[in-house]
Write a protein that binds this ligand. Structure first.
Ligand code: SAM
Length: 240
């Protein structure tokens, strides 16, 4: 009996996301690689199997509770670190074309290795600062969904993420509890970058019960050319 996997599968099935045997094997292998590589490089502070399955894998997949990923063509994950939330989402929605941007090359090397080992196709792992990558025409105003988890406060984060979103697309910021203060602080930045606040979805992790919030921001038009500003500036001096 595998209690961790059984509980993971049951919790997701409750939300209408069934898990196949292949997907269970992919999550198990992902867990093994995460723990193995974590000994050589800093990927995560969470290594207990049940905690990784709940706080990384399940938490990542919660985005699919609120956005219809089965009809979404492309998703970009900014500051993905060890692959969260995009790789768990890719395991569930294999048709998704994923672009990952991270400024730490060691993590990009890890992510490429995970994709190879798990047989995940259509994942582009880009090494660089979001501020620079968002200026490249192949990435600018391109993605139906752009997400980021645990990267920065919303005002600065919006400048890293919104330039990647296509008109009509969504920026989904995955946050801990109570994002209201961050949201108030980010209102000007969101507008200036051509976003429009839509809503906040809240949930609790099923076993550990900690609160999570997903802030949904819609892109109303192309982001003005002035943004993002030079690498480092958006997080040091958020627009306000
Ligand atoms: N999203 C992952 C998660 O939820 O576990 C990783 C979070 S980790 C705390 C933040 C990640 O963002 C790191 O991997 C870091 O290298 C990356 N990062 C920070 N600033 C960045 C930037 N300006 N452009 C691209 N990546 C960035």
């Amino acid at each position: 009996m595998d209690l961790v996997m059984d509980s993971f599968r049951a919790r997701l099935e409750e939300r209408g996301i069934p898990l196949s045997v292949r997907q269970m094997e992919q999550f198990q292998r992902y867990y093994e690689l995460l723990v193995e590589w974590n000994e050589k490089m800093n990927l995560t502070g969470i290594t207990e199997r049940d905690a990784v399955f709940e706080k990384h894998f399940y938490d990542s997949v919660t985005l699919a509770f609120y956005l219809d990923l089965s009809s979404t063509p492309s998703l970009a994950d900014i500051g993905s670190g060890a692959g969260f939330p995009s790789l768990p989402l890719k395991i569930f929605f294999p048709h998704l074309k994923i672009t990952i941007v991270d400024s730490l090359n060691k993590r990009i090397t890890f992510l490429k290795h995970v994709c190879e080992e798990l047989g995940l196709e259509g994942v582009e792992c880009v090494h660089g600062r979001a501020e620079d990558i968002a200026r490249l025409p192949q990435h600018r105003d391109r993605y139906a969904i752009v997400t980021a988890r645990a990267v920065a406060r919303l005002a600065g984060l919006s400048e890293l993420c919104l330039p990647f979103v296509q008109k009509g697309g969504v920026f989904a910021a995955m946050k801990g509890a109570q994002p209201q203060e961050e949201l108030d602080e980010a209102r000007y930045a969101i507008r200036e970058l051509r976003g429009q606040f839509d809503k906040v979805e809240t949930l609790r992790l099923p076993d550990e019960q900690s609160e999570r919030a997903i802030v949904l921001i819609r892109k109303t038009d192309s982001t003005p050319k002035a943004y993002p500003r030079k690498a480092g500036v958006p997080l040091k001096q958020p627009l306000q």
